[in-house]
Design a protein around this ligand. Sequence first.
Ligand code: GLC
Length: 605
Amino acid sequence: MAPEGDYHFGSADDVIPDTLPPADRLAWEQALAILNRLYDGLSEAERSAMQRAIGQRISAARASRRPELKKLDETHAGNSQWFRKAGRPAYCTYVDRFAGNLRGCIDHIPYLQSLGVGLFHPLPLLKCRVGDSDGGFAVSDYRDVEQALGTFGDLVTLADELRKADIALVLDVVCNHTAREHAWARGFVAGDPQYKDFYIRLDSEADVISWSANLHQVFPETAPGNFIYDEDARGWIWTTFYPFQWDLNYANPNVFIEMLDILFYLANAGANGFRLDSATYLWKVKGTACRNLPETHDILRAMKLLVSLVAPSVFFLAEAIEDIAEVIPFFGASAEERECDLAYNNTPMTALWASLAEGRSQIFDAAIQGASQRPEHANWLNYARCHDDIIWPALSSLASPQRQSGWSQFFNGVGGSFADGMAFQAPPGLAPSTCGMAASLCGVGRGPEGLERLKSVYSVIFALDGIPMIYMGDEIALPNDRRFLDQPDRAKEIRWLNRPEMDWNRSATSEEARAMLAHVGMLSAILKTHPEIDASGPSRPRASSESLISFERQGDTVRFLCIANLSSKSQSAPIPAGMTNLFTNESARGSAELAPWQAVWYLGR
Ligand code: GLC
C-alpha cells in the first residue's frame, strides 16, 4: 500500500554515517538508495528525517555493542559464512519442550556439544500474547522474553554461554506481523499518530474482496481469509496468518525503522543470526498474491546492509516456503547484493518425503537440481522436519495436485502405508499438508524397517550441500505427541503433533533411540573428519535406478556420493572402484549392495 505521507520520524540531531569507514559508507549509501526508491512518495523533509532517524539508531546501536561482540565481528570479517563449519549441524527446538526454560537450555549446552551442534535455533522465545500465540509467533514485545521461559538477562547469558561453546545462536524475528496486543497495534487502534499506518486497515468489505482475489490462504480452516474485522480499529485488518497476528505495513518507513532497531537490539543481546519468519509476505500490492514481491527483497536487502553497520557478523536465515524459483532470490543476486545468507532448503525436504512415499527418486532429483542453482555466497539449511507441516503444494511446479494428494494420503497411513502422520489443512483443491515427527513418518515403532528409513532420511539431509539441521527429538527417534488432541485450544492445530517434549530418558530405555543417536553422531563425525566434503559443490542427481536416491557432490579433489534405497528390496548401485564407503571404510569394487531402505556415503576422487 502506498505511503500517505505525514509520518512522525522523531527528532535526530546528527547523522552518524558521516563518520563511517569507506566500506560502511558504501553500505549506508546503498541502503539509502534502496529506501529512497522504495519510499519515493516521501517529501524531501520526510526523507531526510527518515535518514536521520535511521542514522541515529545506527549510532546508538554501534555505541552499545559490547566488546566481545565487536571482537566476533572482527574475527569473522570478510567471511559471511563463518557459522558453517564442517560436521557442525544446526539444532532447532522449542525452549520449553527441550529444557523447560532458557536456564535449562544453558544446562543442556553439553548435550548440544555432544551432538557437535554449531548453530542453535530456539523457536520464538520473545514475549507473546496470552492464550493462543501460534507457538510464540504472535509477539507482543520484541524487547522482552516470554515470562515462562525466563528473563531477557537469561537470553543474554544463553547467548554468552553458547558463544563460549562456539555455537551460533539464531533467533526468530517475526517480522511480518505482531500480536494484536503489541504496543504498536494498541497505539494504532487508539489513533496514536506515532503508529499511524503501522498496520493495514481496509474500510469496506468491497476492498477486502478485491484485495483478497489474488491472495492465498495459509490456514484456510483454522483462520480462513486474510482480513479480520476489528471493532476497535473500525475496519478490516490484514492478517495473513491467525486473526491475532496483524501484518505490519512496510510501506510505512517507520515500520521498517522500528523492525531494524529490533534487529540491532537482539544482535547486541548476542544473537548471531536471525530467522526471518514469513519473510515472503512483507510487501503488499493489490492484484498480486503479495508474496515474494521485489519490494520485499528491497526491504531485506536494506535491512542486511544496515545491520552490517552495527553487527557485521550477523547473518539472516530466510523462512521462505515457496517454489524453489521464488526461494533463490532471497539470497540476493550476487555477493554484493546479498539478502539472506541461509534459507531453508524446503524443496528437497518436501521432495525427499514424496520420494519415500512413491519409492521413486524422480521428484527428489528434480528438487536438488533446482536447489543446485543457489549462488555460491549463500547456503541451504537442510532439514527433514521442523515445527511446521510439510506443505505439498510447495512442489506444484514439479508435480500435479493429484500426485501431491497421493503423498498426503500416504503419510496419513492410507493404503496400509508405514507412515503415522496427520493431515493439516489446505486451500480447496490442494493437497492437505502433513504433520508428524520424522520417526513417525518413517514408521518407527511399526517394524524394524522404520529406523532404517529414519537413518536414511538423515543420511540424505546430512549429505546435501549446506548446513544439516536436527529437529529436536529426531536424534532419538522421538515419535509423535498426540496429547494436543485433548487440549481444546490446540486440538485443531495439528502441528502440535510434531512439537513433543524432549524425552531425556529415551536413550536409556530405547534401542532405537540409541541407534539413531549413534547414527547422527557418526554422520557429524564423518563430515568433521572430511571437511573436503563440506567444501565440495552442490548436490547433483546421478542417473541410477529409479528406486534409489543417488546424488553426488564434486570438489576440487574429491567426489562424494550419497545413495539411499527407497524400497523394501535389496538393490545394487554402481560405485566407481576405489571409492571408500564412509560408513564401513570398505573400498568399493564397482558396485554396492544396499539393504532395504539403507543409505550409504562414498568418498573418492
Ligand atoms: C512461520 C512459522 C509458523 C508460523 C507462521 C506465522 O511459517 O514457521 O510456525 O505459524 O510463520 O508466524
